[in-house]
Design a protein around this ligand. Sequence first.
Ligand SMILES: [Zn+2]
Length: 233
Amino acid sequence: MVNTAGKFGPYNQQGPSRSAAFRGQSGSELVRSRIALQVRLMALPPQERLPDAGVLAEELGMGEITVRRALEGMCQDGLLDRRRGRAGGTFVAQGWETVVPLLHDADEAASLEAFHLLLECGLVAQGAGEVPAGRLAALQALVDEMDLIEDPARLLMLETRFHLDLAEELGGAGIRELAADLLGRLCLVQPAPAPEVVRARNRCHAELLAELGRGALAPAVQAVKAHPHARPS
Ligand SMILES: [Zn+2]
């Protein structure tokens, strides 16, 4: 039995071509961004074996041929390794972190960030005044955890989780999917923010939750806009 709502999503399955077109990414880009997101979330560490292409295709709601092609492309880029033999398969390359900077694209990163900002402003505007403070407890726990974390990779993982969980809390599972597409793609085209930038962001997260909790629309949107952009570290 294949898990159709596995960690690669989608959370609500509406058919591959439709959702991919809506998201403005080709099927192959979507596979790449989903894998990149799992690496960022530390669910797929370097040297970890990926699920078989058929399982990935099922989880992503995409054709297996598209998935295979995307995996091949990622192998060629050096993001993934193919190993033969009994213990073979497709693995996250040990050099993932050194390959990703070669894929950076400042223009695409800027437009993805702008879209993500619009998405969050819209979600906050839509949700302000209707979010009971109790529903923000899990997000607040993430903010508190981030305040205590030193490890840069863990800090980045929690930063990404915050935005995914925020999207789901304010917009539902489908909007979490959209945020996952944007954030996964950003993992590949944008330098990871330095720890001090993530800490500054976390102060904006805390402010956002406080303002959302008291239903203050304008200050909540302001907190989203104040969230610092990524700059090369
Ligand atoms: Zn953030």
